[in-house]
Design a protein around this ligand. Structure first.
Ligand code: HEC
Length: 434
């Protein structure tokens, strides 16, 4: 693998790994439902408000919808804390690397979320103040919706980038990470899910007995509104299947596996009966069937759970090699640290009268922290240095006084101008004889 391999933080997990994985899937699903309702609600409110310029009842509907958006956005944020913390715990090296690579945009989430929330409150709480300024009101709604649409794209770019360490060296900031082959397909898939889930949510929400009086429509019939949402749900479900196939086709193969494909197919197949029930309700002339609605919800809820599990399987498959490489590197490093500690203790314990090799204690004091005898740790192993400088002890002296930058994948070595030429010569002789 040519991917960069960071070292892990050698701390034990706070709970068994399998338990954290289940918690991650469950808490992510809970979070993403409210994200969908927030994004979709904002979109529907905007669309109905525009429609309301000609048909005033839709403006009333837009207002009702907006009242759900602010609640759902709060729930989305609160529910997002758990999965974010668990992903940080389980995939610390990968998630940290990808977050740092798109750092500016990742940090920009905070002001963007703040602005989106303020706009959403302005949009909702001042609804009636804008009665004579519909264009301005719609402008605010559009800005808020635009932010709600963009923020998930940043998250998606990040969790996608963390899956593919081999892209890390070539990625230059957010835009190039966003343009990796499969992000936009995944995003379209997410977007259609937002419309689908929100439309279904509103089919249910507008079906409540109290909705009739809450809405206060002049002419609009509740059944028309519910069909309006059903039609969007139906269209979005078709789009969802198509974008799902596109996303699947564009996924790099390293995460593919039978487990993933099987779970995905199973989840995807659940959409088919749901589509049929939706179609039946759309074409049914007189009334909507409550039982069908329950079945549709059950199908999509199960499909979402399957998709959540498949998503996790893909991540595990994609990162399997990288995780192994990281734990090997971490184990090597820990072994080297332990050995260096033992060496240092032995040197300290040396009985008086036995003179240690000249340069040895100076080496242990100044260099051993980064240079191990046989393993590359922070700096190259002594073995490597010995081959490089076999006939050239003064070369080590020159380098150590003012080190250059040679190895692209390691840090720069600090210089040691405080050591005298004698000390450095002794150290270099010790290294070469070691
Ligand atoms: C803080 C960590 C650190 C310490 C302490 C350190 N080194 Fe290094 N050393 C490095 C790193 C990192 C490199 C690789 C730098 C590179 O390739 O750009 C390196 C590379 C070297 C090399 C290889 C140069 C080459 O031509 O490839 C030599 C020789 C060396 N160190 C000697 C020393 C000596 C002698 C000391 C003690 C006086 C010392 N180092 C202390 C980190 C350290």
């Amino acid at each position: 693998m040519t991917a960069p391999i960071p070292r892990d933080i050698p701390l034990p997990l706070p709970a068994p790994e399998g338990f954290l994985e289940i918690l991650l899937i469950a808490s992510f699903l809970l979070h993403i439902i409210f994200v969908h309702l927030m994004v979709g609600g904002s979109l529907f409110s905007l669309a109905c408000q525009i429609k309301g310029l000609k048909a005033p009842d839709y403006e009333k509907l837009a207002y009702r919808i907006m009242q759900t958006v602010t609640v759902n956005k709060s729930l989305a944020v609160v529910m997002g804390v758990a999965p974010l913390l668990i992903i940080n715990t389980l995939y610390a090296p990968q998630f940290y690397a990808s977050s740092a690579l798109i750092g500016d945009m990742w940090m920009a989430i905070i002001p963007m979320v703040t602005l989106a929330f303020l706009l959403a409150y302005l949009h909702k709480f001042w609804w009636h103040h804008f009665i004579n300024l519909p264009e301005l009101h719609i402008g605010i709604a559009a800005l808020e919706t635009g932010l709600f649409l963009f923020i998930p794209l940043i998250f998606m770019t990040n969790v996608n980038l963390m899956l593919f360490p081999e892209y890390w060296p070539e990625v230059k900031g957010f835009l190039s990470a966003m343009l990796l082959p499969n992000v936009l397909q995944r995003y379209l898939h997410f977007l259609s899910a937002s419309v689908l889930f929100t439309a279904l949510f509103f089919v249910g929400w507008t079906g409540r007995k109290r909705f009739q009086e809450e809405a206060g429509f002049n002419e609009l019939k509740i059944i028309t509104v519910r069909r309006f949402f059903y039609a969007y749900a139906f269209g979005a479900a078709i789009f969802q299947i198509l974008t799902g196939l596109m996303a699947l086709a564009s996924l790099p193969t390293q995460g593919m596996g039978w487990n993933f494909i099987l779970i995905l197919t199973f989840g995807g197949a659940l959409a088919l009966p749901a589509l049929w029930w939706m179609w039946r309700n759309l074409t049914q002339p007189s009334h909507l069937l409550d039982d069908d609605f329950k079945r549709i919800i059950a199908c999509f809820a199960c499909a979402a759970i399957f998709m959540g599990i498949a998503r996790h399987e893909y991540r595990e498959n994609a990162l399997a090699d990288h995780k192994t490489a990281i734990s090997e590197k971490t184990a090597n490093y820990q072994a080297a640290v332990k050995e260096a500690g033992e060496q240092a203790r032995q040197t300290a314990k040396k009985p008086e009268g036995i003179v240690s090799a000249p340069g040895e204690s100076a080496f242990n004091k100044n260099c051993a922290a980064c240079h191990h005898a046989t393993l590359p740790t922070v700096g190259p192993a002594l073995q490597e240095i010995k081959t490089l400088y076999a006939d050239n002890p003064s070369g080590i002296v020159v380098w150590t006084k003012a080190p250059g930058k040679k190895r692209a994948d390691s840090m720069t070595m600090p210089g040691f101008p405080q050591l005298s030429d004698e000390e450095l010569t002794a150290i270099s002789q010790y290294i070469l004889k070691h």
